[in-house]
Design a protein around this ligand. Structure first.
Ligand code: HEC
Length: 255
């Protein structure tokens, strides 16, 4: 049997154990308290670095600014943007009617455009482009509130892309609208890549054709494949032909 240590020993041991708990507590406390000029800096992390912060005064330059202005007449690599067709959708002062060199119109390109359109544009313009997207519907609901628009909502109806005027837009103009926006619609240059903006423009034209097509737009060898009632409408029942094309678009979407 181990004899109990003397009382004073137990007491000293307990006090020592308590005292040992103080430093970690102080450290935790100091580190958790926000302080611009921390008096006790236990871990340096990367708090001290020989550098100038954005708005700080910089004695190295005559004007004392750390942030340097752009050097006059210098263009950053890859930002010349001399190709007006590619960047603005303009050819010889007119809206381009063709895709810029390097982009090819094919099924893959249109599918990419459809995918991007469904992500970025359908919320307002609707999947088929009639200006009836979910955001638009909700905003119109708020606008028609009996006691005036809720919370000062202001909304301009998203335009139908089948509006006769919009249907006249060339691919270059559509690209420009996606890039820079138009009137109340914001531009999407910051969110959507250059090529994808062209793909969306091409897809908008496909959507427009889908709602305004005649049997003559279907290659003769494919007309047999159309449902009977559509094929019989030879000579152009726009409405029915359109339904078929939209249905085709829906199928690709599901894949
Ligand atoms: C936040 C809602 C919203 C989104 C998202 C949106 N639009 Fe619009 N769009 C509008 C509104 C609103 C107008 C009508 C603007 C006006 O008349 O002031 C419009 C107008 C247009 C027009 C008609 C321009 C004309 O000549 O009258 C086109 C084309 C168009 N949008 C294409 C697109 C495409 C393509 C996308 C996707 C990249 C897109 N929009 C995304 C709200 C939106």
């Amino acid at each position: 049997m181990i004899p109990m240590p003397p009382r004073w020993m137990i007491f000293t041991g307990a006090v020592a154990a308590l005292a040992l708990a103080i430093p970690p507590f102080v450290i935790a406390r100091v580190r958790a308290t926000p302080d611009a000029n921390r008096p006790v800096h236990i871990f340096f992390d990367m708090d001290f670095q020989p550098k100038f912060k954005t708005q700080a005064v910089n004695p190295l330059f005559a004007d004392g600014r750390t942030q340097r202005p752009e050097v006059q007449g210098v263009v950053a690599q890859g930002e010349t943007r001399l190709d007006a067709h590619l960047y603005e959708g303009v050819v010889g002062g007119e809206w381009a009617t063709t895709l810029p060199a390097g982009l090819t119109m094919n099924e893959q390109f249109l599918l990419r455009g459809q995918e991007r359109y469904n992500i970025f544009c359908a919320v307002c313009h609707g999947y088929a482009g009639f200006g009836d997207g979910a955001v638009n519907k909700r905003a119109m609901e708020l606008m028609s509130n009996a006691g005036g628009p809720v919370d000062g909502t202001a909304w301009v109806q998203a335009k139908s892309l089948h509006d006769p005027l919009v249907r006249e837009h060339s691919v270059g103009l559509l690209y420009n609208i996606v890039t820079n926006g138009i009137r109340n619609m914001a531009g999407y240059e910051a969110q959507i890549d250059l090529e994808d903006r062209w793909a969306i423009a091409a897809y908008v034209q496909a959507l427009q054709l889908s709602q305004n097509a005649t049997i003559q737009d279907v290659p003769p060898e494919l007309r047999d494949k159309l449902p009977k009632d559509v094929a019989q409408g030879e000579g152009g029942s726009a409405g029915t032909a359109a339904t078929t094309t939209t249905a085709a678009a829906d199928t690709t979407e599901v894949k």
